[in-house]
Design a protein around this ligand. Structure first.
Ligand code: GAP
Length: 496
């Protein structure tokens, strides 16, 4: 039977990856806490993203902005006026539904981007009622997803602001400050990783749609007339994506395959957009996600966000179906122009190459951290019937705990403790002495520990230990003096 999102939530709670927030008070919908293993895994995902897209590149720099900012930022960005979902409310029990989700669940049709009027029409035509008490639903209305808050001790309309619904706007608001101080030239990017908040009408599917989550976003600034991307390598151009185009969706067909160079040739997307889609795809693959579980989905025209002229989601094939884990939008000059208009400060920069003052256009690879976490967990989860336990085949680089040290018998504890103390300075490590060795291997498998070091009598004499690799249970005997280097090499990709 396919693993459901509920099964994953139970597994994550049982093993200490994720807990429902404030459960002792009955919980609060749409909020989750990362437990001891979850926080390590999430940090490893965030570090991998930051290293790949900021530290390893010369053309991207980072910022870390606040979660509360000037309300005009959200006025300029369009979030005050158009960042909402359509809500339906039961006339009797007052249960609230997100309109497109209710239509999708009841009529089994794609409902993204439906207008208020479309939803009202479908509700009436199909006699859709409250799914809880079966009473009629009231008319559809817009609901703004931003959480409001007050800044300062006096509560007035002027002191009202918002918790940021995306990290992106802080980057646009700081654009000139970064430009003035970082000596970057077009094309270049600014990255940020941090929390975002959305008062989702119906948070659901565990971490997938929550009310407080994290994003890792890049705004990549390009000369507005620059369509060529010099960074596209031959390997990038030959890369083959699975893709659900607008055409596929309109004809009710499943995804097809296309090479990056043909996406450009067939004008499915511009060179820079294809470049960034390819970089993010590769990041997922490097984190160990199976390529066949990834695909692009082109947004339908009436589904595009208010700022975007073209957008692709990267979707992951969860057991329940394909779902968005990453959004990649062509935001054009929208945001910088808006901030220029509202702040009355110029957002133009001088481009040395063309000797022009320009407002750059933007490609935005926007990653939800929690959705990356979920995809990584689903991809790694394997119910191994032969072993009789779950094996969490996380890439060793991401594993929350890299090494378990196990004395074969209690008599070997002193030696095992010495090795544990040696390794824990270098790796996240646990020491486990309770139960049979088989049981201890199983416990390690279930939380994704890639390497179990067993200390036995043979090794006590010749100063060796065995390393057991989680994915295939193979063991090698290694000199204790070489242990740190061997494990480091294994983590880098030299598996057993
Ligand atoms: N700056 C663009 C932006 O925020 P988005 O498609 O609304 O675009 C980007 O969000 C990513 O953030 C999504 O692909 C998803 O991974 C994540 N995300 C959005 N809403 C979320 C929610 N309620 N819970 C968890 N992740 C969410």
């Amino acid at each position: 039977m396919a693993l459901t999102i509920e099964d994953m939530a139970i597994f994550c709670k049982k093993k200490g990856f994720i807990f429902p927030n404030s459960e002792i008070y009955g919980g609060i919908a749409g909020f989750f806490d990362y437990g001891p293993l979850g926080v390590e895994l999430k940090n490893n995902i965030k570090q991998s993203w930051w290293k790949t897209f900021v530290q390893d590149r010369d053309d991207v720099v980072g910022i870390d902005g606040t979660t509360i900012t000037h309300p005009k930022v959200w006025k300029a960005s369009g979030h005050v006026d158009c960042f909402g979902d359509i809500m339906l409310e039961c006339t009797k029990c007052k249960e609230r539904f997100r309109g497109d989700h209710l239509i999708q669940d009841v009529l089994k049709i794609q409902a993204d981007g439906l207008s208020k009027e479309d939803i009202d029409k479908l509700v009436i035509e199909n006699k859709i009622h409250c799914t809880k008490c079966k009473s009629p639903l009231g008319p559809a209305h817009e609901f703004n997803l931003m959480f409001t808050t007050q800044v300062g001790p006096v509560v007035t309309e002027e002191s009202k602001t918002y918790l940021r619904p995306e990290t992106a706007q802080l980057i646009f608001a700081d654009f000139k400050a970064v430009m003035d101080t970082s000596r970057q030239k077009l094309p270049f990017g600014i990255a940020q990783s941090g929390r975002a908040y959305r008062n989702e009408i119906s948070p659901r599917d565990f971490l997938f749609r929550s009310r407080e989550f994290e994003q890792m976003e890049i705004e990549f600034f390009i000369h507005p007339k620059e369509t060529k991307c010099a960074l596209l390598s031959k390997e990038d151009l030959d890369f083959e994506f699975q893709i659900l185009t607008q055409d596929n969706q309109e004809k009710n067909q499943s995804h097809s395959k296309i090479k990056a160079k043909d996406m450009i040739k067939n004008k499915v997307a511009g060179e820079w957009h294809v470049y960034w889609l390819r970089q993010v795809y590769q990041w997922f693959i490097d984190m160990g996600i199976k390529k066949e579980n990834l695909r692009l989905r082109e947004h339908l025209k009436d589904e595009l966000a208010h700022y975007s002229s073209a957008c692709f989601d990267i979707e992951y094939q969860f057991p329940s179906g394909w779902k968005e884990i990453h959004g990649n939008a062509n935001r054009g000059q929208f945001d910088l122009q808006q901030h220029e208009k509202v702040s009355k400060k110029s957002m133009a920069i001088f481009d040395e190459a063309t000797q022009e003052k320009v407002i750059p256009r933007v490609i935005e690879p926007s990653q939800g951290t929690d959705r990356a976490f979920l995809a990584v967990m689903f991809d790694a989860y394997e119910d191994d019937k032969e072993r009789g336990n779950i094996v969490l085949k996380l890439s060793p680089r991401l594993s929350p705990i890299k090494v378990a040290v196990l004395p074969l018998v209690n008599k070997l504890e002193d030696e095992a403790k010495r090795i544990y103390n040696l390794l824990k300075k270098e790796f996240t490590c646990i020491y486990d002495r309770s139960g049979s060795v088989g049981r201890r291997y199983a416990r390690a498998d279930e939380i994704g520990i890639p390497y179990c070091i067993t200390v036995d009598f043979e090794g006590k004499d010749d100063k060796t230990v065995t390393i057991r690799y989680r994915d295939n249970t193979k063991q090698v005997r290694v000199k204790i003096d070489d242990l740190i280097d061997t494990i480091n090499n294994m983590i880098k990709g030299k598996y057993l």
